[in-house]
Design a protein around this ligand. Structure first.
Ligand SMILES: [Zn+2]
Length: 172
């Protein structure tokens, strides 16, 4: 039986993205693709790795620590606009994300999926992305007990370094 994680800070995220999405060039996933060539930008945007058609980043407003996003490099909103190669690569990188998180965090399960369109809950409807959320028994209870606590930025920095160190061992 699945339960929804209570993450009240996500409203802040959705409002932020609504503002970003309306401005020219405000797409954080396209900015992540552009940051690939620059170490400081790459780190501040928590870009983990890229492949021929995809990019993987840490979600800055995560449901749980370790919440990753895998997206096509191209700014595309509809699955049917992706080529077979882009679709296949997106799934391959999703598998890589689970392999990486298993190695780093030993999750007991995952929630993986997409919200397509604003009404389906997409914070950034213009650029589709797959959520990879690691889960542990009891994490829902923990979050609902703690209420407003969000994943600490310091914890995310530590995890970013840990994931970056592991990437060479899990990508081909
Ligand atoms: Zn984009």
């Amino acid at each position: 039986m699945s339960q929804t994680i209570h993450a009240p800070w996500r409203m802040e995220y959705i409002r932020l993205l609504e503002n970003q999405d309306q401005s020219q060039g405000g797409c954080f996933l396209c900015q992540a693709v552009q940051a690939l060539g620059s170490d400081p930008d790459r780190r501040s945007r928590r870009v983990l790795w890229s492949s021929s058609h995809s990019i993987a980043v840490m979600n800055k407003f995560p449901y749980t620590n370790g919440h990753l996003l895998v997206a096509p490099r191209e700014h595309v909103s509809c699955l049917e606009d992706l080529s077979d190669e882009q679709l296949y690569d997106l799934q391959l990188q999703t598998v890589t994300a689970t392999r990486l998180l298993k190695k780093a965090m030993c999750p007991q399960g995952f929630n993986i999926g997409m919200n397509l369109g604003r009404c389906a809950g997409a914070g950034l409807p213009g650029h589709l992305h797959q959520h990879v959320v690691p889960r542990w028994a009891g994490d829902v209870n923990f979050m609902s007990v703690i209420g407003n606590v969000r994943v600490q930025p310091q914890a995310m920095d530590l995890l970013y370094d840990e994931l970056m160190a592991l990437i060479p061992s899990i990508t081909q």
